[in-house]
Design a protein around this ligand. Structure first.
Ligand code: PLP
Length: 391
């Protein structure tokens, strides 16, 4: 029996995919399941983007592209960053990757090794910790607290940095909480990072265009003082409803970009050529599709928050970004994972238990409101009935 290396015993998973598989299996048995588990827009990719991929295939874009991505797309990303954030980035600093996750993967591989410490948000996207453990580095959770509006605290984050810290992972707007860290806090963090010039920063801004109540996105790219050690993670998955296309982009300091490019050459070679042309159409085409999706998410967000706060023993903070609600369920008497499991098996509502996002996730469940308003209302009714009957 071949033996694989021990690192694979340390690699984790994203439980949202397991919940999706279970929800799909139950639905196949004829159960009526409402899926508020998986974090992907329920809208189709806008038609002009799909057409661009079809045209690219018809035009013969069938071969490898440069590992960093086609130049028109890297130029398109640079123009998009300038339009949205007012920051000038060279197309040569941009890497086109098969999904935002690949940026995370590359960055954590670059800095993770036994003896190194990597700071990451808890609760946070589960792959951060999984990948850190895979490399043998020590994961150091940065607490993300409800009483702090699910923002990270600059003071607390800086206090966790030691001489062994190699990488700091930030995520705002955040999964799973919908929290958005205010500019003043980011200013404070960046100022404090001047004392730690050897710490690299990975800023996961995949939800940067999913903001509500007039919130403006504060990108770490807008701080020139950290540009030489900042990796920006972004992509098309959430903004343009393109999760299945596997399209992301990242911005890197030059030496790190070359390392990431080599990783691409050694693994996936390049991103699917037709998808890259579709990605360009997304950036250069009309942006009202993004505004329309965000407006729809906003409507559902209000329904979710109001509905959750009307359920017995549940309270939900109002998320300012992304498309998740992270209600506090600690007063129900349930632990989060058994509750998530019972809601799926008995009430037909798929949600994710907070502990799947970290130690501080106990006492919470995550609901994705990337589902129709009608389904969300139905799910809330089912949850209410379940909680009334199972106190
Ligand atoms: N970062 C965060 C915080 C996410 O929630 C996700 C997806 O759920 C990703 C990155 C990965 O996105 P992609 O599908 O582009 O790999």
């Amino acid at each position: 029996m071949p033996t694989i290396v021990p690192a694979f015993a340390r690699i984790g998973e994203e439980n949202a995919f397991a919940v999706l598989a279970r929800a799909t299996a139950l639905a196949a048995e004829g159960r009526d399941i409402i899926n508020l588990g998986i974090g992907q827009p329920d809208f189709p990719t806008p038609p002009h983007i799909v057409e661009a991929a079809v045209k690219a295939l018809r035009d013969g874009h069938h071969g490898y592209t440069p590992a960093t991505g086609i130049l028109p797309l890297r130029e398109g990303v640079a123009a998009d960053i300038h339009r949205r954030l007012g920051v000038t980035v060279s197309p040569d600093a941009i890497l086109i990757v098969p999904g935002g996750k690949v940026t995370m993967f590359a960055a954590i591989l670059m800095f993770g090794e036994p003896g190194a410490e990597i700071l990451y948000p808890d609760p946070g996207f589960p792959i951060y910790r999984s990948m850190i453990e895979f490399t043998g580095a020590t994961p150091v959770p940065v607490p993300i607290r409800e009483e702090n509006g699910f923002a990270f605290s600059a003071e607390e984050t800086l206090g966790l940095i030691t001489p062994k810290t190699r990488l700091l992972i930030l995520n705002s707007p955040a999964n799973p909480t919908g929290g958005v860290t205010p500019k003043a806090e980011i200013d404070k963090l960046v100022a404090g990072l001047a004392r730690h010039p050897d710490v690299a920063i990975l800023s996961d801004e995949i939800y940067g265009q999913m903001l509500y109540d007039g919130e403006e996105h504060v990108s770490l790219l807008t701080y020139p003082e950290i540009r030489d050690r900042l990796i920006l993670l972004d992509g098309w998955s959430k903004t343009y409803a393109m999760t299945g296309w596997r399209m992301g982009f990242s911005v890197w300091p030059a030496p790190l970009l070359d390392a990431a490019r080599k990783l691409a050459v050694n693994s996936y070679s390049c991103v699917n050529a037709a998808a890259q042309w579709a990605g360009l159409a997304a950036l250069t085409g009309p942006q009202d599709c993004v505004a329309a999706m965000v407006a729809e998410f906003d409507k559902r967000r209000r329904i979710v928050v109001e509905g959750l706060n009307g359920l017995p023993d549940i309270s939900a903070a109002t998320p300012k970004g992304a498309f998740y609600a992270f209600p506090n369920i600690s007063r129900t008497g349930w632990k989060a994972k058994p509750l998530a499991n019972a809601l799926l098996e008995q009430a037909g509502v798929a949600v994710i238990g907070g502990p799947d996002f970290g130690i501080l996730g106990e006492g919470y469940i995550r609901l994705s409101y990337a589902n129709s308003a009608e389904n969300i209302r139905k799910a809330l009714d089912r949850m209410g009935n379940f909680l009334s009957e199972n106190r």
